[in-house]
Design a protein around this ligand. Structure first.
Ligand code: SF4
Length: 63
């Protein structure tokens, strides 16, 4: 499973990083999210799906 954050849509709510801190981090420059690694580590797919559903901007998508 691969995931990505659309930086043009992300509003920096941080919910993804709170839901799955191992998968997302917030950029220092603007507080928007980015994926730690496009490839979701084995066993963390459920967390990735939770983050996709939690994002209020629908900025996270699976590839
Ligand atoms: S929850 Fe969505 S809008 Fe908020 S920081 Fe994460 S990707 Fe961006």
């Amino acid at each position: 499973m691969k995931i990505a954050v659309d930086a043009a849509i992300c509003q920096g709510h941080t919910l993804c990083a709170m839901t799955a801190p191992g998968l997302f981090r917030l950029r220092d420059e603007d507080g928007h999210a980015e994926v730690v690694d496009e490839e979701v580590p084995p066993g963390q797919e459920s967390l990735a799906r939770d983050a996709i559903l939690t994002c209020p901007e629908q900025a996270i998508r699976s590839l």
